[in-house]
Design a protein around this ligand. Sequence first.
Ligand SMILES: Cc1cc2nc3c(=O)[nH]c(=O)nc-3n(C[C@H](O)[C@H](O)[C@H](O)COP(=O)(O)OP(=O)(O)OC[C@H]3O[C@@H](n4cnc5c(N)ncnc54)[C@H](O)[C@@H]3O)c2cc1C
Length: 471
Amino acid sequence: MYRKVDDRIVSILEEITDGQVVRDEDLMEPYSHDECALSEIWRLPEVVVKPTNAGQVLEVLKLAYEEEVPVTPRGGGTGLCGGCVPVHGGIVLSLENMNKILDIDTSNFVTVVEPGVTLMQLAPEARKEGLFFSPRPGDESASFGGIVATNAGGSRALGYGTTRDCTMALEVALPPPYGEIVHLGSRTVKNSSGYSLLHLMVGSEGTLGIVTKQIMRLDPLPVVTNTLIVPYGNLHDAIATVPDVLKRGFRPTALEFVQQDVVTVAEKKRERKSKFSGGQAYLMIEIDAGSEEELERTAEGIADVCEEHNCVDVFLASGKEQEEVWDFRGKLYEAIKEYTIEILDIVVPPAEIANHVDAVQRISEEYGVWIPTYGHAGDGNVHSHIMKVRFKDGDLEQMEEWKRVYASVRDALHEDALRRGGLVSGEHGIGLVKKKYLPMFSDRTRIELMKRIKKEFDPKNILNPGKIFDL
Ligand SMILES: Cc1cc2nc3c(=O)[nH]c(=O)nc-3n(C[C@H](O)[C@H](O)[C@H](O)COP(=O)(O)OP(=O)(O)OC[C@H]3O[C@@H](n4cnc5c(N)ncnc54)[C@H](O)[C@@H]3O)c2cc1C
């Protein structure tokens, strides 16, 4: 049992953070949820604090430890599994005021940022130096603290790796009994100096420490970049193309797939036609290259593979058109969220993606549930959406029995992923929503080790309790 936040604790928090404390219920409402579609993933914090430096973060942790009050870190609140929802009440520790870009080091290709810096904030500054941060999770208001804590992936993971690959070093505030700031990693390319606590911290979802500063890898902007939009008559042909593109030695930056019914709903919702037309399913293939000639050669080679798999056509998008295409892709979830029960984040080995997507179709038919899927075909990360509506003749029809079938459909999809050597989450994390499935995909000893690590870092279980697993 945790202690309630009373007026005495609030006044100490005000002192620690120079008054950066919110207690008004209306003002705390935005801190009660993230972007998860499930309406029950919600809880009002008892208080929100917005520290401005690492010292204040540490003092908040020390107070929370002494008073036995839970602390839930929060970045941009764009998470999809309830990771920043304060399920046990207590303090929401928002990093939004720690939002300075401290350095863009063009010699070592890194940036030093505070955790509240957002992707959209860094992008123009890095671009001025001819650099960019490669992970592209769909919502640009995600913060660097949040993307490290979830090990966010996004569409460019195929070409450039995930956030873990781009995290060089972290400064982390640890709760007592350590109660200190610790530095993990460095600007060096290589590091073979003992256990990698850096990589333990990446993806730890705010359960082990609070990231207060970070050094992230940047990459040089490509000389040219284009995206192929490839319509197909059916999803199977689209997905079957993917392993062949990779086997022939092409390494696109991103290789995404999307189904026409999701496009139809998104176009209606946004009252705007998109560049996706003429198919039942589409591949989006982004190619970065060092010259126009190289890009043309690669695009032609990939188009040949698509044609061998019966694509209907191949369109090339560049410049503004390319930006629009990616913007439309990034907003698909927003367009269908109100009809969605849950977005899944299953990842399977790349060679299994066609089989898993076929299984999603079979499960959809068996249960009579609309399960539109799109996602990162190149790396096997499939976002199937379990829906509370049916898609019929281009329109949506209410489905009365969704509550009854939801659990079975969810189980069936995860069981298929397990059979194929997949995992419950490729990039969103476990948070609250996916806790049920973690043991299914893990040895018992692995879970036990994780719990012991958690207890070592946070013996009173005050840091983001109730996430990933229950102690
Ligand atoms: C439309 C849309 C598209 C998306 N597409 C993708 C995608 O393609 N790929 C992808 O990976 N994700 C995607 N996401 C999910 C989301 O953007 C990512 O999970 C992102 O990394 C969350 O960052 P955030 O700052 O919003 O974190 P939050 O949601 O605020 O928090 C996420 C987790 O991080 C912890 N946390 C936050 N800050 C800190 C800190 N400083 N120290 C310790 N822990 C901290 C929180 O406690 C929580 O557990 C998408 C989301 C939306 C809404």
